[in-house]
Design a protein. Sequence first.
Length: 277
Amino acid sequence: MEYVVERRRALARRYGKSQQRVESHTPYVQVFFQQLIAAGLIFLMLWGMKHSEVNFLHTALSRFNVYLNHATSITTVYQKMDKGVKASKTFYHGALAAMQPLNKAKPAFKQDAVPKPTAIPPEKNEVKAVAPVATAKPTAVPAPSITFKSPMAGALTSKFGMRFHPVYKKELFHYGVDIAGEINHTIYAAADGKVLEVGKNDVYGKFVRIAHTDDFETFYGHLNGYTVKKDAQVKKGQAIAKMGNTGLVVGPGHLHFEIRKNKKALDPLSFITVAEQ
């Protein structure tokens, strides 16, 4: 008891407080050390231990419970704290000793050995020459049995393909060729055939359409008139119409001439040559 009184006096002198003031703070000090010891024990418990150390922890907690019920002075706090530190050291070293066998233990499984690649014998590793595969030669497309003749002589003023339309004032596809000449110039059949249609529309004006062999057709537009009738048989070079400027045309008269196969327009200059007049 004299030790406790002396410690209180020493604390009072060190911090410039009265002994009564120090004694009044004793309960708070006790609570502080209680919390400190509890935190230390919880930390050690979380550090990790084997199942065999559970009894040790239980004993330590039981002693701590006795301390909570009977500690009444700061001397008791110091004594219990000293015992707690010693017990903590003992527990810590015991936990390390218990974990060493686990650290040294070998894993319970073995990684499957990766098989080494098997060397391929030279004779099996050789690439044998492969005989060239015979490829079929492209079959030449037979030339049509029909030949065409220019329907008239004159100046070629517009070709097959994209062009600037003189009436619509924009780029449009031209499905034939235009051959200029004098009004009422004679137009001739480009090949033997049968007249499929004669008539008139807003674009090509008066026109004639003739069917030929091998699914070919010829078309003649902007006519001033025609001299054949529907279903009439015609021969190559036979007069069939007169050139004009009917339909959508500008300037002097000209012939719009098309060659079609299976209803698809083809470039007439692939089949005919237009002679200058």
